[in-house]
Design a protein around this ligand. Structure first.
Ligand SMILES: NC(=O)c1ccc[n+]([C@@H]2O[C@H](COP(=O)([O-])OP(=O)(O)OC[C@H]3O[C@@H](n4cnc5c(N)ncnc54)[C@H](OP(=O)(O)O)[C@@H]3O)[C@@H](O)[C@H]2O)c1
Length: 209
C-alpha cells in the first residue's frame, strides 16, 4: 500500500514521513522544489515534484491512499487560500477518485464546519476548509477527515482528545497530529469518519476508534 503525502515538506508532513518511514510504510512525498529532495532521499523516501497550482496528475500514479496536509499558511492572501486549501484539495480528491484510490485522509481544521464562528481574519481559510471537506464527503472515495485544533510545536505526547471537554485547550501539537495520521493511515477499516484532534489524555488508538 503506497501513501501519497501532499504537503510532505511541511511541518506535519515531515514528521509524518519520518514516523511512517520508521514504521516501514511505503510513501511518495509530493514536494514543490527539488531543493527539498535530499531530506527525503536520505531517508529512502520516494519523492515527486508537484505544485497544487499546476499539473499534479503523475503524483498519483501507483498510489493507494492520499494524505492531504498541504496548506497555504498564514503569510499568503485569500488567493492562495482559494487555490491551495480549496481548489488544490478538490483537485486531489478528483484525481484520487479518478484513479480509484482506496482512501483519502484530509487534514482539515477544528470548527471548519462553522466558518462564521471564526475570527474575521480566519474566515476565508475556514470557508475553504469547510468547502473542501464537503466536497470530499460527497466524493466517491472512502475518507477520513482529521480536524486539528490550533497547532503548536510542543513535543508529541501521543495523548489526545477528540472533544473539547476532554482536552487541555484548543491546541494540539504537530507531533500529535503526525502520530494520529500514522495511526489513521494504517487503520484501513476507518472509512467515512471525522475526528476533531486536540492534546488530551487518551491514547491515539483509543481516541480514534
Ligand atoms: N496552523 C494551524 O493552527 C492549523 C490548524 C488546523 C489545521 N491546519 C492545517 O494543517 C496542515 C499543515 O500544517 P503545517 O504546520 O504542517 O503547515 P506547513 O508547515 O506550512 O506545511 C504546509 C505544506 O504545504 C505545502 N504547500 C503550500 N503550497 C503548496 C502548493 N501550491 N503545492 C504543493 N504544496 C504546497 C508547503 O510546501 P513548501 O514546504 O514548499 O512551502 C508545505 O510543505 C494544513 O492542511 C493546515 O491547513 C493548520
Amino acid at each position: 500500500m503506497k501513501t501519497l503525502v501532499v504537503g510532505a515538506n511541511g511541518q506535519i508532513g515531515r514528521q509524518f514521513c519520518e514516523l511512517a518511514r520508521r514504521g516501514g510504510m511505503s510513501l511518495r512525498a509530493m514536494i514543490r522544489d527539488s531543493d527539498q529532495q535530499p531530506w527525503f532521499h536520505e531517508r529512502g523516501i520516494d519523492t515527486v515534484i508537484g505544485d497544487l497550482e499546476s499539473d499534479i496528475h503523475q503524483a498519483f500514479n501507483g498510489c493507494d491512499q492520499v494524505i492531504f496536509c498541504a496548506g497555504s499558511g498564514p503569510h499568503t492572501g485569500p488567493d492562495k487560500t482559494l487555490m491551495i486549501d480549496l481548489h488544490g484539495a478538490i483537485r486531489c480528491v478528483d484525481l484520487a477518485v479518478e484513479r480509484g484510490l482506496e482512501r483519502f485522509i484530509m487534514v482539515s481544521a477544528l470548527r471548519a464546519n462553522d466558518p462564521m464562528a471564526a475570527p474575521a481574519k480566519l474566515r476565508p481559510y475556514m470557508a475553504a476548509k469547510f468547502a473542501a471537506d464537503a466536497y470530499l464527503r460527497s466524493a466517491r472515495i472512502p475518507h477520513v477527515i482529521l480536524k486539528p485544533g490550533k497547532l503548536t510545536d510542543a513535543p508529541a505526547t501521543r495523548q489526545v482528545a477528540t472533544a473539547l471537554e476532554h482536552a487541555q485547550g484548543i491546541e494540539v501539537s504537530r507531533g500529535n497530529v503526525a502520530h494520529a495520521l500514522l495511526y489513521l493511515s494504517q487503520a484501513r477499516m476507518l472509512k467515512n469518519r471525522e475526528f476533531d484532534l486536540l492534546d488530551g489524555e487518551s491514547s491515539i488508538a483509543m481516541a480514534l476508534l
